[in-house]
Every structure is written in C-alpha cells, then in structure tokens.
Design a binder for this molecule. Structure first.
Ligand code: RB5
Length: 142
C-alpha cells in the first residue's frame, strides 16, 4: 500500500501519479488535498508520514510546489526518511543507500513524464541491505 498526499502546489501532479499507480495495479490511499485551493503542506505531510511510520502503508509519496516544505515536514516524524528527488539517479540511490520510505516531489519543478519515471524508480528499487548503509541509517535515529 502506498500513502499519497499533496498541497495545492502538488495537486495536479498527484492526480497524474494516482492514475499511473492505478495503471500499474498498485494500491494507494489518498490523504488529500482534494482540490486546488490553497492549503498547508505540513498537514498532508504528517498524515502520510504517520501512516508510513505506523506501518499501515509501506511507502509514501508527497508533493508540494517545490517538494521542500513537505519533505522537511515529513522528516520530523520519527522513523521517516523522506527524500526529495528531481531525477532517477537520486530516486535509485536513496532507496539503495538510505532505504527512503517517502518520496517527495515538486509539482512546480518536475514535469509529469519525469515524475512518473522517478516514482517507478523509487517503488521498484530495493534497499541494498549493505552493512555500511544499515549502520548509517541506524545512526540517523540515534
Ligand atoms: C505553496 O505556495 C508552496 O509554498 C508549497 O507548495 C511548497 O513549495 C513549500 O515548500
């Protein structure tokens, strides 16, 4: 299960991503926002981050205008490793190295074509399980 959320700046891209997840037969829960009027990104960041941190969803996807505010907010929730990605290299690396559990995107930064490739890379790349990466992830929590 994927938890997905956005503010108004990420609303349009979120619609594209949900359509793409449906086409891939990947189940998701949409935590809002549900329309394009102005709203506050921390609200949706916290809803999705808690859903992932508490184990009800395996991964999260969060989108705001830049991806920055929503990633800062999500990373305040213990156990969340939210990664703002603007390319597939970072999406692959953050899964392999950081075991990132939330992908953040900027709806005003990346186009839908690139964003969907980033989403696929993030969802399809496993954690490396390398000892050095496990050690570093543990150090994040200390
Ligand atoms: C909203 O205007 C914008 O500030 C928000 O979507 C995001 O980019 C914040 O980091």
């Amino acid at each position: 299960m994927i938890a997905i959320g956005s503010d108004h700046g990420g609303y349009a891209l979120k619609q594209e991503i949900m359509k793409h997840l449906t086409e891939r037969n990947i189940e998701y829960k949409d935590f809002g926002c549900y329309e394009e009027s102005s709203c506050d990104y921390p609200v949706y960041a916290k809803l999705v981050a808690r859903e992932v941190a508490e184990g009800r969803s395996e991964r999260g996807i969060l989108i705001c205008g830049t991806g920055i505010g929503i990633s800062i907010s999500a990373n305040k929730v213990p156990g969340i490793r939210a990664a703002l990605c603007t390319d597939c290299f970072c999406a692959e690396a953050t899964r392999q190295h950081n075991d990132a559990n939330v992908l953040c995107l900027g709806g005003r930064v990346v186009g839908a074509g690139l964003a969907l490739k980033i989403v696929d890379t993030f969802l399809d790349t496993p954690f490396s399980e390398d000892e050095r990466h496990i050690r570093r992830i543990q150090q994040i929590e200390q």
